[in-house]
Write a protein that binds this ligand. Structure first.
Ligand SMILES: Cc1ncc(COP(=O)(O)O)c(C=O)c1O
Length: 509
C-alpha cells in the first residue's frame, strides 16, 4: 500500500512525513496489509489472539521508539523491576472504576493514600484534601472549577478572571474556555518569571484565581511563589501552584542540596497544587493529583445533579467511569520507590544537570536561555538556528523539543535518558560544526543578494531576502508542542492548527 500524499499543506520537513505516516501508512512489515481489511471494520468473527497480538506489535513498529534513552522530553521511566512489579499490581484492578468508591473500596483507599503521601511531601497542613486525576490538564481544570465555585459564593459578579503568566501551561487557557472564565495573561519579566508588578496591576474585583508555576514548562523556571503567595493572601484571592512538572522532584532537590525553593503549601497563600505523577513521579501515563489546602474548598470541583431520570448523580472528577489500573499502577510505583527511590533518582539527575550545564557553558556555540535550577534546560546557538539543529538531531534519532519565543532547544532530563547525555552533546557539536561551514556559504549568498538588490526599492529587497531565508533556513517556523512538528509561519496560526487537528483526526472511511 502506498503512503498517501500530505493532505496538510502547512507542515514542513520531517513532521509532515511523520504525520502522513501516522495517517496513511498502512504499509507495515510482515504482510499485515491483509490485517487492515480485517480490523478496519468490525467483523462477525473475532480474530485469534495470537494473530491480533502480532498485528498490534507490527502497528507499534511505526511508533517512535522513545524508551531508548534518546528522548529528552515526556519520557519518565523507572527501573524495569519497578515496571514489572507495578504491572502485576495494576492488573489486579482491571475492570474497577473510580466512579464507584462504594463498590471499589480498594481504589478509594489507594487514592486517599496517594493524596495523603504526596500532600505531606508538599507540606499540606491538617485539613487538606485532593484527588487522583488523569493528568495535569484534568487537575488544572478541576482547580479552576473549585476556584469558580468559591468565587460564586463570594461575589455577585458574573464573570471571573484567572491571572496567568505567558509561561503558564496552555491547560489553564483550556480550563478558562471550558469553564467560561476569562484568562488574563501577564507578560513575564526577564528571566521568564512572573512579573510581580504586572500581576499587581492585573488584580481586579473579578480576579478569582492567580496561577503560578513550579516550574513553567517552556523554561523550567519557578515563579517567585512566596511573593505571589503574600500578594494573593493580602487580596484574599486563591492561588494555584502548577507543580505538574516539579512537584515530585523539587522536594528532593531541596532535601539533597539544602536549597530553599519554597513553592508548596509552606507558602500560606497557596490554595491548591497540581502535581503530575506521570512526570517526575515515574508513574504510568494518566496519573496526576490535585491537592487543596482545605478539603471543603476543594469540594468545589465536584459535580452533582438531581435533574436526571436515573436518580441523582455525583462525580468528583471530570471523567465519569475511569479504569482502576492506572490509579493502582501509580499507587504501586510511589510505594515501590518510596522516598529513598525518588531521592536516589534525584541525586542522579542533579549530577546530570551539572554535566549538562557544563557542556553548554563550555561550548563556544551554545548559550543557556535562562538560569535553570531544575533539570529542565533551554538553550540556543548563536551560530545555528535551534529549530534547524533540532531537525538535524531528529535525523540522527534524537528527540529534543524545539520551542519558540525565542527559538531554542529544550531538554528534560530523566532517569532513563541521562546516560546518553555525552552522546547527545557530541552529536550537537558535530551538527553545529557542519552547519557553521554551510552557513558561511549561506550568509555569503545573503551578502551577494544584498549587493545585487541594492538598486531595488527597500520593501522589495526585504521581501526577497525573507523569501530566500525562509526557503533555506528554518527561521520562519513555529514548533507545535505535543504534535512535534513545525508549522510554517502564518498570521492565522490558530485557524491553521485547528484545521490540521481536524485533518489528522478525520476517519479514513
Ligand atoms: C507545568 C505543566 N503543567 C501542566 C501540564 C499538562 O499536563 P498533561 O499533559 O499531563 O495534561 C504540563 C505538561 O507538560 C506541564 O509541564
Amino acid at each position: 500500500m502506498q503512503i498517501g500524499k500530505p493532505k496538510v499543506p502547512y507542515l514542513a520537513y520531517s513532521a509532515s512525513d511523520r504525520l502522513c505516516t501516522y495517517q496513511f501508512n498502512n504499509n507495515l512489515p510482515g504482510g499485515v496489509d491483509t490485517f487492515i481489511a480485517r480490523t478496519k471494520h468490525m467483523k462477525e468473527k473475532g480474530i485469534p489472539a495470537e494473530d491480533l497480538i502480532g498485528y498490534a506489535r507490527s502497528l507499534k513498529e511505526s511508533d517512535t521508539i522513545w524508551q531508548n534513552g534518546k528522548y529528552f522530553g515526556f519520557s519518565y521511566l523507572p527501573d524495569k523491576e519497578i515496571i514489572q512489579a507495578r504491572r502485576k499490581i495494576s492488573q489486579l484492578f482491571e475492570g474497577g472504576s473510580t466512579l464507584n468508591p462504594m463498590l471499589f473500596h480498594s481504589l478509594s483507599k489507594m487514592e486517599k493514600e496517594l493524596v495523603t503521601s504526596i500532600g505531606q511531601l508538599l507540606n499540606a497542613p491538617k485539613g487538606f484534601g485532593g484527588h487522583f486525576t488523569s493528568g495535569g490538564t484534568e487537575s488544572i481544570i478541576l482547580a479552576v472549577k473549585a476556584a469558580k465555585e468559591h468565587f460564586k459564593k463570594r461575589s455577585l459578579d458574573e464573570r471571573m478572571q484567572v491571572i496567568i503568566s505567558d509561561t503558564a501551561h496552555p491547560a489553564f487557557q483550556k480550563a478558562c474556555e471550558l469553564l467560561a472564565v476569562d484568562p488574563v495573561i501577564c507578560e513575564t519579566e526577564e528571566g521568564y518569571q512572573m512579573n510581580l508588578e504586572v500581576l499587581k496591576s492585573s488584580i481586579t474585583n473579578y480576579t478569582g484565581l492567580i496561577v503560578a508555576s513550579a516550574p513553567n514548562y517552556p523554561f523550567g523556571i519557578i515563579d517567585p511563589i512566596e511573593s505571589i503567595s503574600n500578594l494573593a493572601d493580602q487580596h484574599n484571592i486563591p492561588l494555584h501552584v502548577d507543580a505538574c512538572l516539579g512537584g515530585m522532584i523539587i522536594p528532593f532537590i531541596e532535601e539533597i542540596t539544602g536549597a530553599e525553593l519554597r513553592f508548596d503549601f509552606r507558602c500560606h497563600g497557596v490554595t491548591s497544587i497540581s502535581v503530575d505523577l506521570h512526570k517526575y513521579g515515574y508513574c504510568p501515563k494518566g496519573s496526576s493529583l490535585i491537592l487543596y489546602r482545605n478539603h471543603d474548598y476543594g469540594s468545589g470541583q465536584y459535580f452533582v445533579t438531581e435533574a436526571w431520570r436515573g436518580g441523582v448523580y455525583g462525580s468528583v472528577r471530570i471523567t465519569g467511569t475511569s479504569g482502576g489500573q492506572t490509579l493502582a499502577g501509580a499507587w504501586a510505583t510511589v510505594n515501590l520507590l518510596g522516598k529513598g527511590g525518588y531521592r536516589k533518582m534525584t541525586e542522579e539527575l542533579i549530577s546530570a544537570y551539572h554535566y549538562t550545564l557544563s557542556r553548554i557553558e563550555n561550548s563556544k556555540d551554545l548559550q543557556l536561555i535562562s538560569d535553570p535550577r531544575l533539570p529542565i534546560i533551554s538553550f540556543k546557538s548563536d551560530n545555528v538556528n535551534a529549530l534547524l539543529l533540532g531537525d538535524q538531531l531528529e535525523k540522527q534519532g534524537w528527540y529534543v523539543e524545539r520551542m519558540a519565543q525565542p527559538d531554542r532547544l529544550h531538554i528534560i532530563l530523566a532517569k532513563n535518558n541521562i546516560s546518553k547525555l555525552p552522546e547527545l552533546f557530541d552529536a550537537i557539536s558535530g551538527i553545529i560544526d557542519l552547519e557553521k561551514s554551510d552557513s558561511k556559504a549561506y550568509y555569503r549568498n545573503i551578502r551577494i543578494l544584498k549587493y545585487l538588490f541594492k538598486l531595488l526599492p527597500h520593501t522589495r529587497l526585504e521581501l526577497l531576502l525573507k523569501k530566500f531565508a525562509s526557503k533555506n533556513r528554518n527561521e520562519n517556523k513555529r514548533w507545535i508542542y505535543g504534535l512535534n512538528g513545525p508549522l510554517v509561519s502564518t498570521k492565522k496560526k490558530k485557524i491553521v492548527l485547528k484545521y490540521l487537528l481536524k485533518n489528522m483526526n478525520a476517519l479514513d472511511h
